[in-house]
Design a protein around this ligand. Structure first.
Ligand SMILES: O=C(O)CCC(=O)C(=O)O
Ligand SMILES: [Fe+2]
Length: 768
């Protein structure tokens, strides 16, 4: 089980402390013995005074540690390598404790100094020079305060600040648990070993060795699975989960209490995360004062803006819209305990963070209809307003930085956290520059700002480029993930179930590409008509249009097109094997082809009818993966595959539509493969008329529905009055009845308990 062979470890068993003593003794040996003796006596006296007055002696009188968390870590790892299991446990547990103390001390100092010294007085500056001077004065005072604070709290913290980035990274990645689990196991602390392994795994999901370890520990006799703990759980997370549990039990009083506490703890955690972003960055290459400051500040800003995302990972799993979800639970729970005003505030807080959320908009309508509710009750809570404004300000500054600091030759303004998308785009840029024009014959003009725009837009739309030209062995092609959530994919597949018909979009041909498969299609125009007739869900049809628009924008930006890219055709297509089709097939579901020319057997591709010669770019967004076969292929010619892409929910493949991007689809041998195909043109003459039509139909439909709802609202208010006054609702003891009678309030989506339990079960019983 040992991940490192004990004998391969360092032969030097001497601990760090011992080594230091040996070094001192070496020097002492050179001295005369009398001198040494008198020096020793004097030193003892001196040391005693230093000791009692030293900050290393804490206020409570108990001696503080003498090693930093990094020292303990190093010692722990050494012990691990030497099979000294007890010491390994001792040192690593201490390293974790010290690490946490170190971080708290940093936060405490930064926080107290910010409050005390960082007070810029506005309105007293005669000119910009004075203002700058005042600003730097505050910075200097702040720096002094922080340094004093570090020294006061414990000089070790100062040393810890300078710990190598690598060690810090190890702690971020929860490496100590990697060693600890084995040391615990060797000392027969099975439950602790399992918990350490579990904790490590939650942060390092793909670690097969650790999965096996955990499985092994869990199967050991005497292991009590209920004692399996996540050792890095934070207060705000525990409270949130507990509140979720109370929600599933229907105990709304407890939900309110726990969720309110969770919010307080969340704010503390957020503040802590933000203060921790004010640490060191890799040394800046800048020599200019202002550039260095700007560089440093930007790095810290980026880190701060990421804090909500970091905090939303609970038990290793990201909870989307984590902060808003607190208010979702709260509005529901407050309503159920009769505190409607509080419920309205929670609704407003949620909407401040997520203004377009249709569920909460509906809830607001629901509350507005209650007799006692007044418009001013929908005021967001103060803490939400603060968080929101802070984030907005920071995001917009960051956006400004991203947009403006663009230098072509060896960007002097370091941009440390350039993400993969941007790099991908830049690599792609270089590649396509060298080809200059694609075989489509279109010259690609690149304007300088696009990389930043793409990064921003892509990030905010949570799209990640997963494969680019060089991975796909060709030009003007990419694959990206994140276009749709699972829930959205499911909705679109249902839309296809309900609306797609055989042969639609293929001139009525049910098997246009292979006799072994059937094709069902749904065009946007027909989808809109069906929505209008009440046969399809309107929101899902809007989603269909929206996701295709998102894909179009991404393609336009990714390929840095200077002129607009228009839809030429949009088609939701599902394909499946016909009954009794052979299991082993040689044919393709869609033979190798180009989207804008007719591919001849000699490899030439004629840009003439019946090809859709105006199509310039294509993209396909996939909706599911519960089928066999059906891989998308890029091909050099009819025989030679260059790359394969496995369809899955939210994945998109995009490429230029010419002969440079021959492609096809492998046979689908089981199940039903659904995808949203899009073909784009640079020529506005070939714009998809069906789309304009669909948009008009949907627009009218939405306006009509909201008008009808408004009329209905009056009746509903009357209806509610008759049925039950809000007072009665509050006094009603049977809360379920209250809920049924006011059917229009949307509850929060998933209880955390179930989610966590499911994840835990999966982790422990299935994954392993
Ligand atoms: O569904 C796919 O993956 C590709 C379809 C395609 O290439 C087409 O319809 O032109
Ligand atoms: Fe195609």
């Amino acid at each position: 089980m040992s991940k490192v062979n004990a004998n391969s470890s360092t032969s030097n068993n001497t601990s760090i402390g011992t080594r230091r003593v040996i070094i001192w003794l070496k020097y002492l040996n050179k001295w005369n013995i009398e001198v040494i003796m008198s020096f020793w006596v004097m030193s003892c006296v001196l040391l005693f005074f230093i000791f009692i007055s030293s900050p290393v002696y804490s206020v409570s009188g108990s001696p503080k540690t003498e090693l930093t968390y990094a020292d303990y870590y190093e010692a722990g790892v050494e012990a691990y390598l030497d099979n000294r299991w007890k010491e390994c446990i001792n040192f690593l547990e201490k390293s974790l404790k010290e690490y946490s103390l170190h971080r708290s001390a940093l936060v405490e100092c930064r926080k107290s100094c910010r409050k005390k010294d960082f007070v810029l007085r506005s309105g007293v500056y005669h000119d910009r020079g004075t203002m700058f001077m005042a600003f730097y004065e505050e910075i200097i005072k702040n720096a002094l305060c922080i340094m004093k604070c570090y020294h006061r709290s414990n000089s070790l913290y100062v040393r810890s600040v300078a710990v190598a980035k690598e060690t810090e990274q190890n702690f971020e990645n929860k490496m100590p648990y990697d060693y600890l689990q084995l040391c615990y196991f060797k000392e027969e602390h099975i439950e602790k070993a399992a918990s350490a392994a579990y904790t490590y795994l939650l942060h390092n999901k793909d670690q097969e060795v650790m999965k096996n370890n955990l499985k092994y520990y869990l199967e050991l006799p005497g292991m009590d699975v209920t004692k399996l703990n996540y050792l890095e759980a934070k207060e705000y997370q525990e409270l949130y989960i507990k509140a979720g549990n109370k929600y599933s039990e229907g105990n709304y009083g407890a939900v309110v209490e726990l969720m309110e506490q969770a919010l307080i703890e969340y704010q503390k955690a957020l503040e802590e995360c933000r203060f921790l972003c004010e640490g060191a960055i890799e040394s800046s290459p800048e020599t200019e004062l202002v550039l260095s400051i700007a560089n440093f500040f930007t790095s810290s800003l980026r880190c701060k803006v990421d804090c909500p995302d970091k905090l939303s990972v609970i038990y290793g799993e990201k909870n989307e819209d984590f902060l808003p979800s607190h208010y979702h639970y709260l509005q529901f729970a407050y309503f159920h305990i009769g505190k409607v005003r509080k419920a309205c505030e929670a609704v407003a807080s949620y909407l401040l963070l997520m203004p377009e959320d249709p569920i909460m908009i509906e809830n607001k309508v629901f509350y507005s209809k209650l007799n006692e509710v007044q418009e001013e009750w929908f005021a967001p809570r103060q803490e939400t307003v603060n968080i929101y404004h802070e984030q907005e300000r920071e995001r917009s500054l960051l956006q400004f930085i991203e947009n403006e600091f663009i230098f072509q030759d060896g960007d002097s303004f370091q941009n440390e956290s350039r993400d993969e998308v941007q790099n991908a785009v830049e690599n792609m840029q270089t590649d396509s520059n060298s080809t200059n024009t694609g075989s489509t014959g279109m010259k690609k003009e690149h304007h300088k700002r696009s990389a930043q725009e793409i990064q921003f837009w892509t990030e905010s739309n949570k799209i990640q480029v997963i494969l680019q030209e060089k991975d796909l062995n060709g030009t003007l092609r990419f694959a990206a993930d994140g276009l749709l959530t699972n829930e959205q994919c499911e909705k679109l597949v249902i839309l296809a179930n309900e609306g797609a018909v055989n042969g639609d979009g293929y001139n009525g041909k049910q098997s246009p590409h292979t006799e072994f498969e059937m094709f069902e299609g749904l065009t946007v125009g027909r989808a809109a008509v069906l929505a209008n007739n009440g046969e399809l869900d309107v929101e899902t049809v809007i989603l269909l249009l929206n996701v295709s628009e998102k894909a179009r924008r991404f393609v336009e930006m990714y390929f840095k097109l200077e002129s607009s890219l228009y839809f030429a055709y949009t088609h939701l297509v599902c394909r499946r094997p016909v009954p009794d089709s052979p299991e082993k097939r040689k044919d393709l579901s869609h033979p190798v082809h180009a989207d804008n020319c007719v591919l001849l057997t000699d490899g030439r591709c004629l840009k003439e009818r019946p090809a859709y010669t105006w199509r310039d770019y294509s993209a396909i967004v996939y909706l599911n993966d519960d089928f066999d076969g059906g891989e998308f292929i890029f091909a050099k010619d009819k025989e030679t595959v260059q790359a394969k892409i496995q369809p899955t929910c939210g994945r998109m493949v995009g490429f230029s539509a010419g002969v440079e991007n021959l492609h096809g689809v492998e046979a689908v041998t089981r199940g039903r493969r659904c995808a949203l195909g899009m073909w784009y043109t640079l020529d506005s003459k070939h714009k998809e008329g069906d789309r304009d039509f669909a948009e008009q139909v949907l627009h009218k439909l939405v306006v009509r529905t909201s008008e009808e709802e408004n009329q209905g609202e009056k009746t509903k208010i009357h209806f509610d009055d008759d049925k039950k006054s809000p007072k009665n609702q509050q006094n009603n003891e049977n809360e379920d009845n209250v809920f049924t009678s006011t059917n229009h309030l949307n509850p929060p989506p998933v209880t955390q308990e179930r989610k966590q339990d499911k994840r835990r079960d999966q982790q422990i019983h299935e994954d392993l």
